[in-house]
Design a protein around this ligand. Structure first.
Ligand code: FAD
Ligand code: NAD
Length: 477
């Protein structure tokens, strides 16, 4: 569609973010009803479930990215996209302050965008719990550049470990890959990394064979707390076979450039602190609030007791507002912060807004018809208008009867390395908990089918095939 100026008769709907929640909304939204503006520092959608595979080069990151321009251009009415970060939402004034944070800035790079309706889908930040040294020394695993950084560092550690005259202790340190956080992100990454070592690294750099080691550190008594006990045991057993060391009940308290300090309770019930040297440190301890969300919450009295994000009602309206909705990791709707939840919330809002759009056009027609009814010169015209009004009122009631958001849990899936996966799936008949190679093929096909586009799907299959045939690419770019 052609770019046209905003229609003054339509409301301006601003959508923040281009992640799971916002993109799912935009995909299904009937853009003709509103002046739609999308603001995000990222001009693409990222299919996060396959991000751990990008850290080892099994999948190339571009294969799981989809430019938003690709699908926005197919919308019926033009959508404005600004590649920028929302730095502040002024709820009273109904404006958003935005900044172009990219390298190239034009004369205009900071501005205000007004809204009538706003959807906040900015996701979450990485939690560090204020632990010293985390931001400076570790890698997160959330965005494309995180995965690229990890990929480079793995290779840098291996090449540095084989540098001339490296002492045995230093070799051990450099080849110690430590993952903090035993949630699905940490577990999947540890599995992918061990696969990389088993399938490719140890063949290509035999010198590192005896010292390369992956350790997963988790503060709670087990990894993957959201999975059933049977699958937790299966994961821990598989990790043991893969020689990934799992250190549960171990809480990291401090991070330096060469070691972490972790607290654990010894056999006598005494608290001990241990220094664990590392070459690569990946920090995956879950989500924290983004400052822009925190700031918005502070402006709305009804949000004062909410800690983990924007509290929303059953229609995903931010409590204490009428014209602000929130989806995904930045919203607190009573569900886990997953892509699955965010996508369903986004799709729900698209349906809601499409209905609201219809209601508004019905209301406009109703207004015109009642004028006709009052001024029509003959009875025939008045009756015609009356019948149409009745029909429209019926339609309006139908449109307005949309029920609240209900999440339908399709199950939890996680890859655990050596071509095995775990799955807690809710079937019609009950829950199915499964782990193993068959589950891995299920995991593969499920995630392939969930990829954003056919283009993504083909690219991912090509990457997998390439890595199986030629091995992963170990060049450090
Ligand atoms: P995001 O997808 O994080 O998107 C947020 C968007 O907001 C981004 O486009 C970002 O650039 C933008 N943004 C950030 N700040 C601003 C700002 N100030 N202004 C404007 N825009 C902003 N979930 C599953 O269900 N299944 C899985 O298998 C799975 N695997 C995962 C694997 C990894 C490695 C990770 C990290 C997560 C995984 N998740 C998975 C969780 C899932 O990715 C998140 O729950 C999901 O991304 C949340 O969607 P969202 O739309 O809220 O946020
Ligand atoms: P998470 O919150 O699920 O897990 C973080 C883990 O880190 C927790 O188990 C916590 O006990 C531990 N931890 C926190 N501080 C620690 C410390 N100082 N020392 C040691 N351990 C510490 O985080 P995540 O894995 O990043 O996942 C975030 C969200 O994304 C979750 O909702 C998850 O379900 C979703 N996700 C899903 C998948 C999947 O479905 N396959 C994959 C990745 C992420």
């Amino acid at each position: 569609p052609e770019q046209i100026d905003p229609d003054p008769n339509k409301k301006t709907l601003v959508v923040l973010g281009t992640g799971w929640g916002s993109v799912s909304l935009l995909k299904k939204l009937d853009t003709e009803n509103y002046n739609v503006v999308v603001i995000s520092p990222r001009n693409y959608f990222l299919f996060t479930p396959l991000l751990p595979s990008c850290t080892t080069g099994l999948i190339e990151h571009r294969s799981i990215m989809e430019p938003v321009r690709n699908f926005l251009r197919h919308k019926k009415a033009a959508v404005k996209f600004y590649e920028a970060e929302a730095t502040k939402i002024d709820y009273e004034r109904r404006v958003i302050y935005v900044n172009d944070e990219s390298e190239i800035k034009g004369e205009s790079h900071t501005t205000e965008v007004p809204f009538d309706m706003l959807v906040v889908g900015v996701g979450a930040e990485n939690a560090t719990f204020g632990i010293p040294g985390v931001r400076e020394h570790s890698c997160f695993l959330k965005e494309v550049n995180d995965a690229q950084r990890i990929r480079q560092r793995i290779m840098d550690c291996c090449e540095t470990a084989t540098f001339k005259d490296q002492s045995p202790d230093e070799v051990k340190r450099l080849l110690h890959m430590v993952v903090v956080g035993g949630g699905p992100t940490g577990v999947e990454f540890a599995g992918e990394l061990q696969d990389f070592f088993e399938n490719d690294l140890k063949k290509w750099i035999p010198d590192i064979k005896d010292n390369f080691k992956v350790t997963l550190v988790e503060a709670l008594p087990s990894v993957l707390p959201m999975f059933s006990k049977q699958l937790i045991d299966y994961t821990e057993k598989t990790f043991k076979e893969e020689t990934i060391e799992v250190r549960t009940k171990t809480m990291v308290k401090n991070v330096t450039d060469k070691y972490i300090e972790a607290e654990f309770t010894d056999a006598n019930g005494q608290k001990q602190t241990e220094k664990i040297p590392y070459g690569l440190l990946v920090w995956a301890t879950g989500n924290a609030l983004r400052p822009v969300v925190k700031d918005l919450m502070a402006q709305i009295p009804a949000q004062k007791d909410s800690r983990r994000g924007l509290a929303v009602n059953e229609y995903l309206v931010v409590k204490g507002t009428e014209n602000v909705w929130a989806v995904g990791d930045c919203a607190v709707a009573g569900y886990a912060p997953t892509g699955q939840v965010a996508a369903q919330e986004g799709a729900f809002l698209a349906r809601l807004f499409n209905q609201m759009g219809k209601t508004e056009s019905i209301d406009l027609e109703l207004k015109n018809l009642s004028a006709v009814q009052e001024t029509a010169p003959n009875k025939e015209k008045r009756d015609e208008a009356f019948a149409r009004i009745k029909d429209l009122q019926r339609r309006r009631r139908r449109v307005n009867s949309m029920g609240p958001f209900e999440y339908s849990h399709q199950g939890s899936l996680a890859y655990i390395g050596s071509e095995k996966a775990v799955a807690d799936i809710s079937w019609l008949t009950g829950n199915l908990a499964s782990g193993g190679t068959l589950t891995y093929f299920f995991w593969l096909s499920a995630y392939l089918s969930m990829c954003f586009s056919t283009r993504n799907r083909i690219l991912v299959i090509m990457d997998w095939t390439k890595a199986k045939v030629f091995g992963r690419d170990v060049s450090r770019e």
